[in-house]
Design a protein around this ligand. Sequence first.
Ligand code: ASP
Length: 373
Amino acid sequence: MTVTRREFIGIGAATAAGLTLHRPARAEILERSGDRVGDFAGPPVVVASANGIRGVARAYDMITKQNADTLDAIIAGVNIEELDPDDQAVGLGGLPNEEGVVELDASCMHGPTKRAGAVAALQDIATPSNVAKAVMDYTDHILLVGPGAKKFALEMGFKEQNLLTEKSRQDWLRWKACLNPNDNWLDNPGTPPPADKVAYDDPLHVKFTTGTINMNAVNSRGDISSVTTTSGRAWKLPGRVGDSPLVGAGQYCDNTVGAAGSTGRGEANIKVCGAFLIVEFMRQGMTPEQACLRTIERVVALTEPRLLDRNGRPLFDLEFYALAKDGRFGAASAYEGGQFSVADASGARLVPMAFKYSRAQRPMMPEVSCRRA
Ligand code: ASP
């Protein structure tokens, strides 16, 4: 058998992504099928942010062993973290807004039926991803927010519960206590948490301010879905909505091309419609990783000076994840050091992300300090 240069390049890229390759490269498939990209299917794959590692394993099992729908599978995947009170980035136990109220955002897209649903600033319901899917399944709308979203969720039978765990309440109190020396809150009360419980080296022991799960899956028929769920930026203004519930920003899926999503500073992503842009870049022929990196570059180009260091590098981080219809995947962040979750025939594992700037180039991040979010 002779291997053309194009096939050889395709084999190299997919092997680097950990895939077993006995199929032609995507570029060749596109060439053969014209614009009928939707006809092609590869191996089942699930990708997510690093905190979705348990979720990708569950979703992959559901897709491959139970023939589950891709969206049902990834929502079951993110439910693990949404319902885990120790995960402070999503659902139950998520870090609250500046008034100590947990407000959740989520959105999803179902490739084969070309549908989408989302909720934002949803209170008292632990699994906003399921509520987003219910908006998709049962309404003629795409996005419900605040009290309207909650009313809808209750009507759909979701359980109302207090989402503020004691651990997150203590973190919120610590943030309040050191917010401003001139306010009427006392200094940091009680003893600081053990060092291994502090997410970064902050002398005031205030926890990180961001966290989200994005998850995307493709099955062996080439059907694709995406979901993103979050408690958003900690200590946010009540009513603040990030990128996660915005279709095209926090996640996006086109069944003929692939899916993408993000975690990190939502305000930076919203301006570039990151998930949509990545899918469009993949449609133009970029690999998932190239598409994520190019979108990071777009984010930097659209960042206002107050959020750049003197070298023009962002003072925040943002991560993108992408999955192509043929099973290739990739992710990228602004700064070196990130990982993302993958589940495929080789198992569930963490994979290093591509990055634009090295660890040494990373400036001090003011966002992870004792300031108003
Ligand atoms: N993207 C989320 C938001 O802006 C937060 C995060 O991922 O850290 O709401």
